[in-house]
Design a protein around this ligand. Structure first.
Ligand SMILES: Nc1nc2c(ncn2[C@@H]2O[C@H](COP(=O)(O)OP(=O)(O)OP(=O)(O)O)[C@@H](O)[C@H]2O)c(=O)[nH]1
Ligand SMILES: [Mg+2]
Length: 420
C-alpha cells in the first residue's frame, strides 16, 4: 500500500486560479492540502492584492480502498508494529494500549489533556508545519539510504503521539479499521528522527489524500444539467436543494428550475414550492419518467434543473425500484448528476447499508448534512472510504441559503485529528 506522493505549492490571484494550476501540473487527481492567503507587505501594500498559495498533492495510486482489503490491512498492522518496536515500549503493550485505554475509559487523565492542548495548537499552526515538513522531508529523502529505511524505528515520543492520534480518531468515531490503516501507512514512512510535527503532517496529508478533492456541480458542461437529490427521509434533501439553488441563482446569476418527484406525502411539494417562489424559479411536479422528460423539455434553456425526490428507507424495495426507474428513464440527451444526501448523525451501520442501497440506483456524490448536530465526524471519513464516492457539499444548520459550504476537507481532517 505504500505509494509515492508528489506535493507542491501553487500561487494564483484567487484560490481557484491556484487550484487550476495545481490540476494542470498534477492532473485531475490533485488534492488540496492547504490554502494560504499571502497578504501584501511593504510600502505600497494598500495597492497590492493578496496572493493565494495552495499546497496540493497527488498520490500515485488509486484513492478508493476496497473495504475487504482493509480487513487484511488491519491484520497486517500487527506485523508492521512489531518492526517498529522500541526498547521502551514493547509492540505488544503499544497495540494493547491502543484499544484497552479506550475501552477502560482512561482518556482524560492529566497528561493526556495536556498533550491534547498541544495537539490543538499544532493543528492551528498546521500550514506552517506542513511547509516546514515539505523542505525537511525533501532533504531527508536524499540522505536516507535504502537499507537504513528498512531499519526504521520510531522514537518513544513519536509512539506516544501516534497513540494519542489513534485515540482521538476513535473518539471521533472513525472506524477502527480505517484508523489502523491511516496510522499503519504513517508508521511506514516514519523513522527514529521523526518529530511529532512530522508525524502529524504525514497523517494529515494521508487523510486528505484519502478523502480526495471535493467534486461539486459542474456548470461548464452542456445545458441544462439535471441534478438529482436522493437519500433517506428527513436528512435535509429539500433544504439542501434550496441552499444550493440559491447560491447558483443569486451569486452566479444562473437560470434554475425545480422538479419534484416527492409525491408520497401530503404537502411535501409545498415545501419546495415556497423556495421556488422566493427564487422566482419554475417548478413542476412529476409522477413518472415521461413526465420528468416533458417537464425538462419545457425549461430546456435553463442552466440547472434540481430534482427533489421522496426520502425513503433503504429497506423499502418498492420505493427504491420506483427511484431506479425514474433515474434510468431520464432522456439520454441530458447530462445528470446524482447527490446522495446523508446526515452526519446517522449510525455507522445504517450508513453502510444506505451507501450500498443507493449504489444500485446510480453513481452518486456525497452530501453530508447536520454537521452542527454532532461532534464526531468519523462517519464522513468512514462512508467516503467505504463507498469511494466523491465528497461534494456539507451543511451545518437550517438556514437557507447560508448553512452550506463546499466540502471542506482540510477543516474536517483537522477536526478528526482533534482540532476545533
Ligand atoms: N440542524 C440541521 N438541520 C437541518 C440541516 N439540513 C436540514 N435540516 C433540517 O432537517 C429537517 C428536514 O429537512 P428536509 O429538507 O425537509 O429533509 P428531506 O430530506 O427533504 O426530508 P423528506 O423529504 O421528508 O425525506 C428540517 O427541519 C430542516 O430544517 C442541517 O444541516 N442542520
Ligand atoms: Mg424533502
Amino acid at each position: 500500500m505504500t505509494s509515492k506522493m508528489t506535493i507542491n505549492k501553487y500561487q494564483g490571484k484567487t484560490k481557484e486560479e491556484a487550484i487550476e494550476k495545481a490540476k494542470q501540473e498534477l492532473g485531475e487527481g490533485a488534492v488540496v492540502m492547504n490554502v494560504k492567503e499571502i497578504k501584501p507587505t511593504g510600502m505600497f501594500k494598500a495597492w497590492k492584492s493578496s496572493v493565494f498559495e495552495v499546497t496540493a498533492a497527488r498520490e500515485e495510486k488509486e484513492n478508493f480502498v476496497d473495504p475487504r482489503q482493509v480487513a487484511d490491512l488491519t491484520a497486517k498492522t500487527v506485523k508492521t508494529l512489531n518492526l517498529a518496536a522500541d526498547e521502551n515500549i514493547s509492540p505488544k503493550e503499544f497495540l494493547n494500549d491502543r484499544t484497552s485505554d479506550i475501552l477502560s475509559g482512561h482518556l482524560t487523565n492529566a497528561p493526556e489533556l495536556h498533550a491534547k492542548d498541544g495537539l490543538e495548537k499544532r493543528l492551528e499552526n498546521l500550514s506552517n508545519i506542513l511547509e516546514k515538513q515539505l523542505s525537511v522531508e525533501e532533504s531527508r529523502q536524499k540522505e536516507v539510504k535504502e537499507e537504513e529505511k528498512e531499519r526504521q524505528v520510531v522514537n518513544p515520543e513519536g509512539l506516544q503521539f501516534i497513540k494519542m492520534l489513534y485515540r482521538t480518531l476513535l473518539e471521533n468515531e472513525v472506524n477502527e479499521k480505517y484508523v489502523n490503516q491511516i496510522l499503519d501507512e504513517a508508521e511506514k514512512v516514519m523513522h527514529s528522527g521523526s518529530s511529532v510535527d512530522a508525524i502529524l503532517s504525514n497523517v494529515y496529508q494521508k487523510m486528505i489524500l484519502k478523502l480526495g478533492q471535493p467534486d461539486t456541480i459542474c456548470v461548464s458542461g452542456k445545458k441544462p444539467r439535471i441534478i438529482f437529490f436522493v437519500g433517506p427521509t428527513g436528512v435535509g434533501k429539500t433544504t439542501t436543494i434550496a441552499k444550493i439553488a440559491s447560491k447558483y441563482k443569486l451569486e452566479m446569476g444562473m437560470k434554475i428550475a425545480f422538479l419534484t418527484a416527492d409525491t408520497y406525502r401530503i404537502a411535501a411539494t409545498e415545501q419546495l414550492r415556497v423556495y421556488a417562489n422566493i427564487l422566482d424559479a419554475p417548478m413542476s411536479i412529476i409522477y413518472s419518467a415521461e413526465e420528468m422528460n416533458a417537464a425538462i423539455e419545457r425549461v430546456s434553456e435553463y442552466d440547472l434543473i434540481f430534482v427533489d425526490t421522496a426520502g425513503f428507507s433503504h429497506k423499502n424495495d418498492e420505493q427504491c425500484n420506483d427511484m431506479k426507474k425514474m433515474l434510468a428513464g431520464l432522456d439520454a440527451a441530458y447530462e445528470r448528476e446524482v447527490y446522495l444526501v446523508v446526515s452526519a448523525t446517522t449510525k455507522y451501520k445504517d450508513l453502510l447499508e444506505i451507501a450500498d442501497r443507493y449504489k444500485e440506483i446510480a453513481d452518486y456524490k456525497l452530501i453530508f448534512t447536520k454537521l452542527d448536530e454532532t461532534e464526531a465526524y468519523g462517519n464522513i471519513y468512514n462512508i467516503k472510504m467505504y463507498s469511494g464516492a466523491p465528497l461534494s457539499y456539507m451543511t451545518n444548520g437550517q438556514n437557507v441559503p447560508d448553512d452550506i459550504e463546499e466540502f471542506n476537507t482540510q477543516k474536517i481532517v483537522k477536526q478528526l485529528l482533534g482540532g476545533r
